[in-house]
Design a protein around this ligand. Structure first.
Ligand SMILES: [Zn+2]
Length: 378
């Protein structure tokens, strides 16, 4: 007889959500016993007035913001230099997925010897991330990746742009402060792309058969429902705090749900970011209907449940997603986002090897990826 399968559920992050929640930062710094935090953000976010306000609110702490774009190892090294120069003991991560991922990687190299990628999940041999790591408090400024409640960080190699994943439960921020007022300045384009990332997390986490996790399934469906209610409004009325908060929750829920795993939409998005330096959310937003169409025959009951959660007319979840995409200004095809036919071969090869590929609800080969990318090219 086989051993019984024991399923694992874990929802450990302390989260505060609401307009003005950032004012709780000093009390969390105190209750967590943080003496010298370093605020980590990127250049784009640092240009917003609330970053200086947060540093002041936290007791005049130093700010590191010498980073931008997709996170790579050089940014982690620069953050480590700033962390050491400030004699910091903890990290306040403020931003979208990139600064939060750099903050997590910084926590690894600040608390462990050796170089960052010694700890990547595909390193041979992979070194174990030893705790305790510096405490992280995360304040998301986008509603998308949900990295603030995730156990992994994705950092690119400097020259090859190859994405390396580092994973450990100790990378989880201790506290997340999700304040919709920090999102009102986010441009509609970024709101749309990051919001589609959150939506894709809910869809792929729900569909992956990788692990049974009915708690995550419930969270994924409700996250999708929230995205269906609030994504369009967040794009059209950037100051709508109710919509911004709805999307912050959808992003948190998408990322909590994907502790189950993701699927081939993310394999494609990771490849598009490696090969064509495409924004992660935009890549998911363009690819999701093409991959769902490929998966359709393996997911009939699952698609119905997603359609019900989203309130999709005629229970057609793919048509609903395509319509939403059009309404928020996402292009239909990759060609509109700088991808050309010369990229196809490498995109398919990189996607086929991605860690999310074995978790897709339907077996998918490099040849399948090639066909999907070709169709998505337009
Ligand atoms: Zn994602």
């Amino acid at each position: 007889m086989n051993d019984p399968i024991i399923d694992a559920y874990s929802f450990p992050t302390d989260i505060r959500v609401g307009a003005g929640a950032r004012k709780l930062l000093p009390s969390f710094i105190e209750s967590l016993g943080l003496k010298r935090p370093l605020l980590v953000t990127d250049r784009g976010v640092a240009a917003q007035p609330f970053v200086a306000d947060l540093a002041k609110l936290a007791g005049g702490i130093p700010v590191f913001s010498q980073m931008g774009g997709n996170p790579d190892e050089s940014q982690v090294q620069a953050a480590l230099s700033a962390y050491r120069a400030a004699k910091a003991d903890s990290i306040i991560a403020v931003g979208g997925g990139a600064p939060i991922d750099v903050a997590k990687a910084l926590a690894i190299v600040a608390g462990n010897d050796g170089s960052l990628f010694d700890y990547a999940i595909d390193a041979e041999p992979a070194k174990a991330i030893e705790g305790p790591l510096p405490t992280i408090i995360a304040l998301p400024t986008t509603a998308g990746t949900g990295s603030e409640v995730g156990r992994s960080t994705v950092i690119s190699e400097n020259d090859s742009h190859r994405k390396r994943i580092l994973w450990s439960p100790s990378l989880l921020p201790k506290t997340v402060i999700a304040d919709p007022e920090l999102l009102v300045g986010l441009p509609a384009k970024i709101t749309a792309a990051t919001g589609m990332d959150a939506l894709t997390h809910c869809v792929e986490a729900f569909l992956t058969p990788a692990e049974k996790n009915p708690m995550c399934d419930g969270i994924a469906l409700e996250g999708l429902r929230l995205a269906s209610q609030h994504l369009k409004t967040s794009c059209e009325s950037p100051q709508d705090l109710d919509a911004r908060q709805g999307m912050l929750n959808a992003a948190l829920m998408g990322a909590v749900a994907f502790q189950k795993g993701l699927g081939a939409v993310h394999s494609c998005a990771h490849a598009l970011s490696t090969v064509a330096d495409m924004h992660h959310g935009l890549a998911n937003a363009i690819m999701i209907p093409f991959v769902m169409r490929f998966n359709e025959d393996a997911c009939v009951g699952g698609f119905d449940r997603l359609a019900d959660a989203a309130g999709a007319p005629n229970r057609n979840i793919i048509a609903w997603i395509e319509n939403l995409r059009a309404e928020i200004g996402i292009p239909n095809y990759l060609s509109a986002a700088g991808v050309n036919p010369e990229h196809l071969e490498r995109l398919a090869a990189v996607a086929a090897k991605d860690v999310c590929t074995p978790l897709n609800p339907k077996k998918i080969t490099e040849q399948d990826f090639r066909g999907i990318f070709e169709e998505a090219l337009g």
